[in-house]
Design a protein around this ligand. Structure first.
Ligand code: GAP
Length: 582
């Protein structure tokens, strides 16, 4: 599909109420979009399908956390220090651009995001790259790190600094100590969340593909680092198109067509949990209408990975001739839970029971507070914590007459005899471990866009050009349109009655009596409504209506009484339109 199709999709989206720029009465602001009635319904259906598969279908819990979180969360998570993109400002017009995107859009480099800044500066100069806005040369312009988080103040006055979450994941990680209780401390367990995330993107672009406020559907699966992997039998035969890092770096590298089982067996996908989710995701994406000929999984190159990720594969969809990231499947290791444990007073571990109790040697301290108190005053508590931590980590430090403890960069000498240091034998029934995290993280807005572009069709009906969306009935915002054939009070009332009976069946129905019947069909075709029902004068005699299918435009006559059951069966996929006789 060409860029041209992208423009047509964006135009259709605005015309038919899928999405449009927000606050346009006030000039709008880049990177914010409103989902209109059709878009909100499509997005809601996609989110529901995601929940069915990844929360309910996998037996995981769902939570709903605040979108604003206090600063210490992001100090711990690393977002304050490292959640940056490369910003270059045009020396002429002042327009801000993402330097790595300027490089990727205008050179053969596809992964400039993973390059260090000096290398990007060199490429900008060597290729004489220019400002995308005004065409002025960018060579020599400084490239800087720009943190993507939106900051805010919580409460009046100076308040407390807070940030709009850049990923829903942190709302799950910080609640781990409580969530593990709900999971009865048993690994593996998963927690999901569908909600808004915020990133102050340098140059939001391509409608809802890169915005500053968007919806993520994330699953954080907590696993025992030494535990068994998943049962792969349900996904081992799922075909996958992979683009591993090694192939991206090879001179004549290419995508690999394989199956999930084979990719695990030959080591292409290192982690079986990641492989499991790629298989589940591939089937799920297909079920909501992503074209599998325009879909692949690409492994991140080492320099491209987020600060928390040990390995990561992206699900990518092709839109407008380019691959875009639809979801990331990251192995986050113990990064997040260890960081939150180190920065807070909570324990981000679970207790792993041994098969048999073990006798182990434990080094511990029992400090003499009558010495530490007068000697260190208010710092005595920190000294005790420092001694406890040192005893666990480095027994040799207690071998001399004094031991050195570092508190806030300052060294303190303590006589070992005052520390109560001792090594004891203990029988232990288990140990505390920091779980590892496997994270499938889906972007919902990009997926909505991809579904629309992959469903976009043009054809000719009765000598007239037609545009329609071949949306899957499971996600289509409107399932059936109901029309009276002509403007006639009796026909209208019959059609309204039918619309009401279909709504009562739980179907999403639109009633339309304005304009010629052909135009009403075209309207619903453009919205992607799979079926239309027309009530005509014959309906009174034969108690039947015309049911029309969107894609083929074929029509059949059906008894009114059969409509709810027939349409429900069509929606569930228990019946094909072709099985109905005309
Ligand atoms: N918790 C992991 C995480 O946030 P990510 O790859 O940064 O990973 C996950 O984001 C998904 O969120 C992406 O695959 C993409 O679909 C979506 N996403 C990220 N930034 C976005 C943006 N600015 N606009 C729309 N969607 C975005």
């Amino acid at each position: 599909m060409s860029e041209d199709t992208g423009e047509k999709v964006v135009e259709l989206a605005k015309r038919r109420g899928y999405f449009f720029r927000s606050s346009s009465a006030y000039g709008g602001v880049g990177g914010f979009y409103t989902f209109g009635p059709q878009g909100a319904a499509l997005k809601g259906n996609v989110e529901e399908a995601w929940r069915d598969r990844f929360a309910v279908g996998e037996g995981h819990m769902e939570i709903d956390a605040p979108t604003i979180m206090p600063e210490p969360v992001f100090e711990a998570s690393g977002h304050l220090d490292t959640f940056d993109d490369m910003l270059v400002e045009c020396p002429d017009c002042g327009e801000s651009s993402r330097a790595d995107h300027v490089v990727e859009d205008n050179t053969e480099y596809e992964d400039a995001e993973s390059f260090p800044i000096p290398e990007v500066e060199e490429i900008v100069a060597e290729y004489e790259l220019v400002c995308p806005e005004c065409g002025a040369p960018l060579a020599g312009a400084a490239i800087e790190e720009f943190n993507l988080m939106f900051e805010t103040q919580v409460g009046p006055g100076d308040g407390q600094p807070g940030y709009l979450r850049p990923e829903t994941a942190q709302g799950i990680f910080v609640e781990f100590p409580r969530l593990k209780e709900y999971a009865r401390g048993q690994l593996p367990f998963g927690v999901t969340q569908v909600g808004r995330a915020y990133r102050n993107e340098i140059s939001p672009r391509r409608s809802i593909i890169r915005t500053r406020e968007f919806t993520q559907a994330e699953l954080e699966l907590f696993v025992d680092p030494e535990g068994d992997g998943p049962d792969l039998s349900a996904v081992e035969d799922v075909p996958v198109r992979l683009y591993p890092a090694s192939e991206q770096q090879a001179e004549e590298g290419d995508e690999v067509e394989t199956t999930v089982g084979e990719a695990v067996a030959d080591g292409t996908i290192a982690d079986p949990w990641v492989a499991y989710f790629l298989g589940v995701a591939r089937e799920w994406y297909e079920s909501v209408g992503v074209d599998m000929d325009r879909f692949r999984f690409r492994q991140h190159l080492a320099g491209e990975r987020a600060h928390y990720a040990a390995d990561c594969w992206d699900a990518e969809g092709e839109v407008g001739g380019n691959w875009i990231e639809l979801a990331g499947f990251a192995h986050r290791g113990d990064y997040d839970l260890s960081k939150h444990q180190a920065h807070s007073d909570e324990r981000f571990t679970v207790f792993r029971q041994y098969d048999e109790p073990k006798t182990v040697e434990r080094a511990a301290v029992d400090p003499d507070m009558s010495y530490l108190g007068p000697e260190f005053g208010g710092d005595a508590g920190d000294i005790v914590s420092g001694l406890e931590e040192l005893a666990e980590r480095d027994r040799a430090a207690f071998e001399d007459e004094t031991v050195t403890v570092e508190i806030d960069g300052e060294s303190h000498e303590i006589p070992v005899e005052k520390t109560g240091f001792a090594v004891e034998e203990r029988t232990e029934s288990g140990e505390h471990v920091v779980p590892h995290v496997i994270e499938p993280s889906f972007g919902v807005d990009r997926l909505v866009y991809t579904i629309l572009e992959h469903a976009y069709r043009e054809d000719e009906v009765d000598g007239e050009e037609r545009t329609y969306l071949e949306l899957d009935p499971e996600v289509a915002p409107t399932f059936v349109g109901v029309f009276p054939l002509q403007s006639d009070a009796e026909l209208e009332s019959e059609a309204e009655g039918i619309a009401a009976s279909l709504r009562a069946e739980g179907l999403s129905v639109t009633y339309d009596d304005s304009g010629a019947i052909g135009r009403r069909y075209r309207r619903q075709d453009e919205v992607g409504t799979p079926f239309c029902v027309t009530v005509d004068y014959e309906s009174r005699e034969d108690s039947a209506v015309t049911l029309r299918e969107r894609d083929s435009t074929d029509q059949v006559r059906l008894p009114i009484d059969d409509l709810p059951g027939t349409l429900s069966a069509l929606r569930e996929g228990d019946l094909e339109f072709g099985e109905l006789s005309g």
